[in-house]
Design a protein around this ligand. Structure first.
Ligand SMILES: [Zn+2]
Length: 143
């Protein structure tokens, strides 16, 4: 395992504080939504309200899923800090720029690898499109 010499101890502390703060914010928000949810339930009377509340609940659930994903990534980042692997690209092991980490605390790839993987995703997308388009054209031609 390589040690991360790029970020200073001070940087690491700063990033760690930010991550911890994010985690606390999410925790706090979850507690608030939990309270609001139980209050709303007691006030339910007619079906329209109930339907609206169900929509609200599924919206909250989606938000929670997205947040818990982020939550897990934040936790992982904290773990990486204690392992000394935080800020290293998982693809090429390069050091991720501090600015990038500050903007995106859970970044796991350096900007080069990130762009490369996004480009690969896009080209896959176009491949799929042109393949299905070709299929459609073939189908039309044999009709
Ligand atoms: Zn990389």
């Amino acid at each position: 395992m390589r040690e991360n010499n790029y970020l200073s101890d001070q940087d690491i502390t700063e990033l760690k504080n930010k991550i911890t703060l994010e985690l606390n914010l999410i925790n706090q928000r979850h507690q608030e939504t939990a309270n609001v949810g139980s209050m709303a339930k007691e006030e339910l009377s007619d079906p329209v309200d109930e339907a609206n509340s169900n929509i609200q609940v599924s919206h909250d659930l989606r938000m929670k899923n997205r947040e818990s994903f982020y939550f897990k990534k934040l936790k992982k980042s904290l773990q990486k800090i204690s392992d000394g692997t935080y800020g290293l690209c998982k693809e090429c092991d390069a050091e991720i720029a501090k600015d990038r980490l500050l903007a995106r605390l859970t970044a796991e790839m350096c900007i080069d690898c990130k762009e490369e993987s996004e480009m690969a995703e896009n080209s896959n997308f176009f491949d799929r499109r042109s393949k299905s388009l070709g299929k459609t054209l073939n189908e039309l031609a044999t009709r």
